[in-house]
Design a protein around this ligand. Structure first.
Ligand code: BTN
Length: 318
């Protein structure tokens, strides 16, 4: 209901009377008044003038589930959204919900994380109220060896969404870093629960530096605010990402991974570059020439041999 009231307030040009709201929402004026109090407690500034009614003055810079869901119009990703003030890691929360049987597309986001984690055991710095830190649960019927598709699909969706809300042109560094001018703007972490080679569910976690100031960024990182020199409405950015994730996930489910790959290649910071890849098996150097049909990176070594990499850390050399 909060969602509908906020929508009313946002759509109304000037004041909207309690009477009109009560008729259109089919509830008493006392109930409307109570909702207004709740919204104020959530940080909304709402003016109330006798004989005129209510007017929305300012929205809080907070992630509120009904704000995120208002006008979102997705069918899978974000149908259920859990918002936390603080989480150790939204990955753990999403895993818990996944184990409890939550519906596909359930999103958990947090205003801050105390133990945000990245790939390869790294930490993900998550200052309060500055970024988007969220995880979502997917239940695709993909074999284990095709799960890289989800990471590439998420990277494409994220880059596209960022471009949709800014003038920025982010690139993707294989497999899952979103870069702006060589600096890391966002990262994606994919973890899964499998039983005897069957994927039970997958949790995809995304960390995006939105309104993070320069002094709050770790070396080599970027934020939308620093790059564009203006602040961003995090809810708007979040909605754009969720819609884009849904669009690309639906393509993937429709066996159109080839479209994901085409888009990924167009946005790639890695292909046609000389790279060095490290993983537990060692280091290899060569030219990143292509992706294979599962999303693995193909590298041509100096001796001409093509090596396929499904995981690892990429350094762009030139
Ligand atoms: C990486 O680039 O190494 C991946 C970073 C992923 C960070 C996000 S923030 C939300 C979710 N919760 C976590 O603990 N990690 C992911």
């Amino acid at each position: 209901m909060q969602e509908r009231i906020i929508q009313f307030l946002k759509e109304s040009d000037g004041y909207i009377s309690g009477e009109e709201m009560s008729q259109r929402l089919k509830m008493s004026r006392a109930a409307i008044w109570k909702y207004m109090q709740d919204l104020r407690a959530d940080g909304y500034e709402i003016a109330a003038v006798p004989h005129l009614g209510y007017q929305l003055v300012a929205c809080p810079d907070k992630l509120l589930s009904y704000e995120i869901q208002s006008g979102l119009n997705t069918k899978i990703i974000g149908k259920d959204i859990v918002v936390m003030d603080m989480a150790a890691s939204t990955m753990d929360e999403a895993f818990r919900l996944g184990m409890e049987g939550c519906s596909e597309g359930t999103v958990v986001c947090a205003e801050a994380q105390s133990k945000g984690r990245g790939r390869l055991g790294r930490a993900w710095t998550s200052p309060k109220g500055k970024g988007l830190y969220f995880s979502f649960v997917l239940r695709p019927s993909l074999p284990l060896n095709q799960l890289a598709q989800l990471t590439l699909m998420s990277a494409v969706a994220l880059a596209e969404a960022i471009e949709g809300v800014s003038d920025l042109k982010p690139l993707i560094k294989w497999p899952n870093d979103i870069l702006l001018d060589g600096r890391k703007l966002a990262g994606i972490l994919t973890e899964l629960r499998a039983e005897s080679d069957q994927v039970k569910f997958v949790v995809v976690g995304i960390g995006l530096n939105v309104n993070t100031s320069a002094h709050q960024l770790v070396p080599g990182a970027a934020s939308l605010k620093v790059a564009a020199d203006r602040g961003f409405d995090r809810v708007q950015v979040f909605q754009s990402i969720l819609r884009s994730l849904e669009k690309w996930y639906v393509k993937l489910l429709g066996h159109e991974f080839v479209l994901v790959m085409e888009e990924w290649k167009m946005r790639s910071a890695t292909l046609k570059k000389r790279v060095r890849i490290t993983d537990p098996t060692g280091i290899i150097e060569g030219e990143a020439v292509d992706l294979d049909e599962d999303g693995a990176l193909l590298i041509r070594k100096d001796n001409g041999l093509i090596i396929k990499k499904t995981a690892g850390d990429v350094f762009l050399l030139r």
